[in-house]
Design a protein around this ligand. Structure first.
Ligand SMILES: [Mg+2]
Length: 249
């Protein structure tokens, strides 16, 4: 049997964009578990948020958090980015020119308002270590000027499903390659990698894998010629495409 490893985004991919459920993917998830295929969650979410989702999924694999700024592997954080205080020191002066808020500094009520999360979930989502989602309150046309300034500061701005997230230069692909190499060493095997994602911040991750799956979410413009576009959205699409790859159609 071929050895697969799966790298998956969460919001809009394994989790429904609106309800955050993964129930439509339960069939594929149970096969992944029975075949002991590593399922590496890879998201802009924080470490504590992903740990909570992992416990719902009864998963114990390593994972990628805050868009690749950090990896959690063998109960240790491996950092690929600069910390939040350094990011704040760099971007706070830009608030004189542009109108925006930092997500981690919002009140809990505001965080709930912008995400639709429960209070407990919203608290976890504000516990950031290496990246800061931006609440953009300025004109949409000024966003490019803002991104330009961010790049001049040596930082990166990545558009996710909900927010523009500021971090140092890194992406999900670097963290993915690090995890894949580490697991291949640990297991003394070579994996065939499968990536599933739906956003711009997933492009590098999808391109870095052998089987490249874009989960449909009004995002057809992102598709490349060697990518598979799922027929269905969110966890339903996730389930169907994984079943096809694992030959359980
Ligand atoms: Mg997504």
């Amino acid at each position: 049997m071929r050895n697969y490893i799966i790298f998956s985004d969460l919001d809009g991919t394994l989790l429904d964009h609106k309800t955050y459920t993964f129930d439509p993917a339960l069939e594929a998830l149970s096969i992944i578990k029975s075949r002991q295929i590593p399922l590496i969650l890879s998201s802009s979410k924080t470490r504590t948020e992903i740990e909570r989702i992992q416990s719902h999924l009864t998963l114990k694999d390593p994972f990628i958090f805050e868009n690749g700024s950090g990896v959690f592997y063998n109960n240790q954080v491996v950092s690929f980015g600069i910390n939040l205080t350094e990011i704040h020191d760099k971007i706070t002066p830009l608030q004189k020119t542009f109108n925006f808020n930092c997500y981690s500094l919002l009140t809990i009520e505001q965080a709930i308002h912008y995400t639709g999360l429960t209070e407990e979930e919203a608290k976890l989502s504000q516990q950031r270590q290496f990246s800061e989602p931006i609440i953009w309150l300025d004109d949409e046309e000024r966003k490019n000027d803002f991104m330009e300034k961010i790049h001049q500061l040596g930082l990166n701005a990545t558009q996710g499903g909900r927010f523009l997230t500021i971090s140092s230069h890194h992406d999900k692909a670097k963290a993915l390659k690090w995890i894949k190499n580490s697991l291949e060493n640990d297991y003394q095997t070579k994996f065939i990698s499968i990536a599933l994602g739906d956003g711009e911040n997933d492009i590098s991750m999808i391109n870095a894998c052998d089987i490249k799956i874009l989960i449909k979410n009004n995002n057809e413009h992102l598709q490349r010629s060697d990518w598979v576009l799922s027929e269905m959205c969110g966890p339903s699409g996730w389930n169907q495409e994984i079943m096809k790859v694992l030959k359980y159609e």
